[in-house]
Design a protein around this ligand. Structure first.
Ligand code: ZN
Length: 152
């Protein structure tokens, strides 16, 4: 992570072409969580939610009871890819911000908002992000990118 990044919780960055980013956002709408997909496209962000059959390969996720709640399918929030207009007119900097709330709650054993005292230290949800979480996010993002390329 670059020190100057202002996106709180950013664990990975990529630079992509603006047109590609716009197409990825469109594909995200088609792969919406409420249509059985794992994406939730917003104006400059794609959020990713995992499900019982598609989640990060992290043992803690096995303990998360992924429920439907207000969505049409059982899903649990993993994180978002936020696009920031770059200095070059045709590029966008992507910030991968991972916030696995329900996994963090399984680890600490209780629900929390903001921060919690755990194993003697103050922790925020971002402290519970694993390599598997990031790997899953990148893999889901790549699925959208691949579809965006096919559709162009
Ligand atoms: Zn960043």
């Amino acid at each position: 992570m670059k020190k100057e990044c202002t996106y709180n919780g950013c664990v990975h960055e990529e630079v992509i072409n603006r047109n590609t980013w716009m197409r990825i956002l469109n594909v995200g709408h088609e792969r919406d969580v409420n249509k059985g997909g794992y994406a939730d496209s917003q104006s400059e962000c794609v959020k990713f939610w995992c499900g019982p059959d598609n989640k990060p390969k992290d043992p803690y996720w096995e303990r998360v009871d992924i429920r439907r709640c207000e969505l049409n399918y059982p899903r649990s929030y993993v994180g978002g890819v936020y696009g920031e207009w770059g200095e070059e007119s045709n590029e966008v900097i992507l910030h991968f911000v991972i916030m696995p709330y329900e996994k963090a709650e399984v680890i600490v054993g209780e629900g929390f908002f903001g921060s919690i005292f755990y194993e003697g230290l103050g922790k925020a949800v971002g402290d519970f992000v694993s390599d598997a979480d990031l790997k899953w996010m990148i893999s889901e993002f790549e699925k959208l990118r691949k579809e965006a390329k096919i559709g162009s």
